[in-house]
Write a protein that binds this ligand. Structure first.
Ligand code: ATP
Length: 344
């Protein structure tokens, strides 16, 4: 389903939880609402669901205003982090629940439950009760139950939060695959940037009730439009004044510019590893950690501590060692604008 939201606002008493949020979502997209705790993600989801009334603003599904439509008439399915399965019902009964509410025929219900059981890999578990399932299995039942009535929009609030790391990562891939196969629009809330990047077609970054940026994971990572987005997604170091770094002197032309540097744009090494003319800086290794596939290195350059990674193939560096540091690229921000600056 195509979704359009205009000027969505929500206050709880005198607390302004969601501030003038506007966006549109194409049919069939999987959207991640990403941001820190308390930023307003769940409130946005609940307003889309009809569980919360907007203070102002409009919500359109397929071009039709749904502000006054109750949740059960919006064509949506829900999945929450705590499974919220009916404990006294079997897997099959849980999945059938929404269909029974819709007063579907018994034979149709049985057929649809079978279809969902197969789709979600729950064959053989139909007669079990929720307390006889693992966390991952329970969450799959929750997906199956939400999908059974064929909603056009699936809303997921931290669907993986209660699941341990390994199963969680499997479940993410599984969910993305299922949602693509079913072809519905889905929005999931998460505060985990890795999860949003891996799963979502598009990410919306929500902070202090505002939509800071909407874009593909690639755009969010590579072209962050605000310092918040840049610091929330991916690793980075902030520099108050990058103009005293060789190669970035021109940044001094813009008043009040801050810079952010990602580890992958920093190269460190012994002087022999660099061409003579490169605009390198003198640095000193502060810490070095082995991470299995590479070294994580913290290097001191003037007043700054920069973090980067170094391949295991290269010579091992030692804490305290003097090194050359080459910053290839930085993200620059001032009050009005954001742009990328390459080392001259
Ligand atoms: P989390 O990841 O912790 O769930 P979130 O980004 O989903 O955070 P919301 O749950 O939308 O954030 O909450 C946004 C803000 O609104 C919070 O400060 C919260 O305390 C407040 N809030 C949410 N619901 C209510 C309510 N019913 N009454 C008062 N304040 C509320």
């Amino acid at each position: 389903m195509h979704i359009e939201v205009r000027g969505l606002d929500k206050s709880f008493g005198n607390f302004h939880a969601v501030k003038d949020v506007s966006f549109s979502i194409e049919k069939g997209r999987l959207i991640g609402l990403l941001g820190p705790s308390g930023g307003g993600k769940t409130s946005i989801l609940r307003m889309l669901a009809g569980l919360e009334t907007p203070t102002s603003g409009e919500i359109y599904f397929h071009g039709k205003q749904v502000n006054n439509l109750p949740p059960q008439e919006r064509g949506i399915g829900f999945v929450f982090q705590n499974y919220a399965l009916f404990k006294h019902m079997t897997v099959a009964e849980n999945i059938a629940f929404g269909l029974k509410v819709q007063k579907k025929k018994k034979a149709d219900i049985t057929a649809r439950v079978q279809e969902l059981v197969e789709l979600t890999g729950l064959k053989g578990f139909e007669q079990r009760y929720p307390n006889q399932l693992s966390g991952g299995q329970r969450q799959r039942v929750a997906f199956a139950r939400a999908l059974a009535p064929e909603p056009q929009l699936l809303l997921l609030d931290e669907p993986f939060a209660a699941i341990d790391a390994k199963i969680r990562s499997e479940l993410r891939t599984w969910l993305k695959d299922i949602i693509e196969r079913v072809g519905i629009t889905a929005i999931f809330v998460t505060h985990d940037q890795e999860e949003a990047i891996e799963v979502a077609d598009e990410i919306m970054i929500i902070n202090h009730g505002k939509l800071e940026q909407k874009g593909t994971p690639w755009e969010i990572y590579k072209q962050p439009q605000t310092p918040f987005v840049a610091s929330f997604v991916g690793e980075s170091t902030f520099l108050d004044d990058i103009s005293n770094l060789r190669g970035f002197e021109d940044a001094g032309d813009w008043e009040g510019t801050k810079a952010l540097i990602r580890p992958e744009y920093i190269e460190i090494g012994k002087p022999s590893e660099f061409a003579l003319a490169s605009a390198t800086e003198q640095g000193k290794i502060k810490h070095i950690h082995f991470r299995g596939s590479e070294w994580k290195v913290e290097v001191e350059v003037g007043a700054y501590n920069l973090t980067t990674y170094r391949s295991l193939e290269k010579d091992v560096l030692q804490p305290g060692e003097d090194v050359q540091v080459l910053v290839h690229r930085a993200y620059l921000f001032n009050d009005e604008d954001s742009w990328i600056m390459e080392n001259r």
